[in-house]
Structures are given as structure tokens and as C-alpha cells.
Design a protein around this ligand. Structure first.
Ligand SMILES: Nc1nc2c(c(=O)[nH]1)N[C@H]1C(S)=C(S)[C@@H](COP(=O)(O)O)O[C@H]1N2
Ligand SMILES: [Mo]
Length: 201
């Protein structure tokens, strides 16, 4: 009998529950950064939301932590084809932050930007409805710097390039404005279930 011999690797095949073209990275969590990981202390971290809003605001670390806590436990999907199941993040819901700044009725899009300069554009609707967070915990521990700590955006229902690490701010706009990867051929929205990887998809 020779049933399982040689079958030692993790199969790189489509898994049930994963968007098309994705594989389960298992316990691995690849680091994907266009920049060098910044040396950003919590005391130096701020988050600003401005643009087309009634009340632009900046939160520092303490002020952000004083907001109602909100958690995400679920999957994440990188456009380079790895996904992870059941990732746990803790922080604050974007709904809470957006309620405080009150986006103008004419607002349709947003650009999220990092303390390093990285940007990603998003339809405003994708940041609402309990689907986007600013997070500083992973698995109950501080988010590691290489994964965006002290704090990052997560928008887990879209490809993970939208989830800006070392988040510095979100600018609310009445038009779409391509971010770093979107200017380089990636899709404006990036819905993994529709395989919106590149601008023509
Ligand atoms: N500031 C910043 N945020 C970023 C990126 C980046 O290069 N810089 N890469 C994006 C991409 S392509 C992915 S897949 C995820 C990777 O997050 P991770 O390194 O924690 O896995 O972060 C996203 N956010
Ligand atoms: Mo990615």
C-alpha cells in the first residue's frame, strides 16, 4: 500500500470557502510591504479623518483606545493568492470614527494613507456597515510592526492591499482617486469573490 507517500506539502488548490484563485496559507502570515517598516511608537501615532466631512478630527493613541472596542474574526485575502482563515483583530470600527466626523452626503470615496506615504482608495460604502476597522491587536497581542503596528486599517472583505498598514489617515472625497497599487494596474475596488485583481477585471 502506498497511499499518502510524498503527500507532505500543503496542497495549493482551491479550497472550499476561499475566493477563486486563492490558497490557504495556514499558520504562515506573509509580510507584504512596499516600504521599510517604520519605527512608529504608539505615542507618535495619530489617525486623522478629513476631507468632505462636517467635523475633521485627529485621534491620538489614547483617544482612539477610549472609543468603543470592536473586533474582527474572519478571513483575509491577499491578491498574490494567499488567504488566511479566522484571523483575529481588535480595535475600533470605522463606523464609530465616521459617525464622529459626519461625511457629507456628497461623499462617495476615500483614500486611506499610511505614515509612510502608501495609499489605497476605497468606495466609502466599503468602510461602513461593520466591515472596516482600525486595529492594534492581533490574537489579543499588540499588532507586530511588520504587520502594520502600532495600528492599521483592515477592510477584510476586499483584497488585503486595501488594508493600509501604519495607518495615518483617511480622506473623504466625492470622487475616486487611485492609490499606490491602483495607479499600478490594480483594481479600483478589489473584491476577491469577483476576482477583481487588475483594473480590467
Ligand atoms: N503601508 C502599507 N500598507 C500595506 C501594504 C504596504 O506595502 N504598505 N501592503 C498591502 C498588501 S499588498 C497586503 S497583502 C497587506 C499585507 O499585510 P501583512 O504584511 O500584514 O500581511 O498589507 C497591505 N497594506
Ligand atoms: Mo497583497
Amino acid at each position: 500500500m502506498n497511499v499518502t507517500r510524498g503527500f507532505t506539502g500543503r496542497p495549493r488548490v482551491h479550497n472550499a470557502g476561499l475566493p477563486p484563485g486563492q490558497y490557504d496559507a495556514g499558520d504562515d502570515w506573509p509580510v507584504l510591504s512596499a516600504e521599510v517598516t517604520p519605527d512608529l511608537a504608539p505615542a507618535d501615532w495619530t489617525l486623522r479623518i478629513d476631507g468632505l466631512v462636517a467635523e475633521p478630527r485627529t485621534w491620538d493613541w489614547e483617544q482612539a483606545h477610549a472609543l468603543p472596542a470592536s473586533a474582527y474574526e474572519g478571513d483575509i485575502h491577499c491578491v498574490t493568492s494567499w488567504s488566511k482563515f479566522g484571523v483575529r483583530f481588535g480595535g475600533v470600527s470605522l463606523d464609530t470614527l465616521l459617525e464622529a466626523v459626519r461625511p457629507d452626503p456628497a461623499a462617495t470615496h476615500a483614500v486611506a494613507y499610511a505614515h509612510t506615504g502608501y495609499t489605497a482608495n476605497l468606495p466609502l460604502a466599503d468602510l461602513t456597515g461593520g466591515r472596516a476597522w482600525i486595529v492594534w491587536d492581533h490574537d489579543g497581542r499588540p499588532l507586530p510592526a511588520e504587520h502594520g503596528g502600532p495600528a492599521r486599517l483592515i477592510v477584510p472583505h476586499l483584497y488585503f492591499w486595501k488594508s493600509v498598514k501604519w495607518i495615518a489617515g483617511i480622506r473623504i472625497l466625492d470622487h475616486d482617486e487611485p492609490g499606490f497599487w491602483e495607479q499600478n494596474g490594480y483594481h479600483a475596488r478589489g473584491n476577491p469573490w469577483e476576482e477583481q485583481r487588475y483594473s480590467g477585471d
